[in-house]
Design a protein around this ligand. Sequence first.
Ligand SMILES: [Zn+2]
Length: 235
Amino acid sequence: MGHFASSTSLAIELVLHALAPARCAACDARVKLLAAFCPACASTTEAAPAGAAAALVYAGAVAAAIVRMKYASRPDLARPLGDLLWRSVEPRAAAWRGALVVPVPLHPVRLAERGFNQSALLAARVVGRLDGRFEPRGLVRTRETPRQTTLDRAARATNVAGAFRARDASVVRGRAVLLVDDVATTGATLDACARALLDAGAASVGRAVVAVAAHRVVAASQGAVQSEPRTRWRS
Ligand SMILES: [Zn+2]
């Protein structure tokens, strides 16, 4: 299927989903308009603590929804998950008004496999609300990296260090940049992306994710730096 055909079918799919009744992002049960989850699924979610730059802890329904979006070809879930992402940004919105909004990029090979970059679709949901400028290709991934799932914390940082660069430094120079991803596991990917943006001259880099790994929340609240995730997932 060519690029045109696949983007056309994606557009049609998005329109059909926009016209369909609202459904739970985790289980597809009908929900009230603007609710991301049905009551049963919502009861499995846990708000991320203030300062985590995330809406929810990565567990339960939000983990299910993110996995569905990425691996079950559900780009339409960018709508409810993007609204959750906004929850993490809204308290800081004044600081990031007018920012460049840049998603963590996928390697072109992964992008071709999946057909969309989930982080770009999520980022697109907050741009307008920030009066920001969307730079879906502000960062490029310069090499494919093994899936982070198989690696421990130190190996994850090594794995992604130097894997990103700003596509055009003149775009980011002197700008406030809000970096968006779906999940922060150890934060190594976001760190590497932030490094690349600062190296290109960005004035400041903020982060926003839908969900943060539980062990990072524990680490943040206890001041610890070493902890193992309770659960593992594909990133
Ligand atoms: Zn549900």
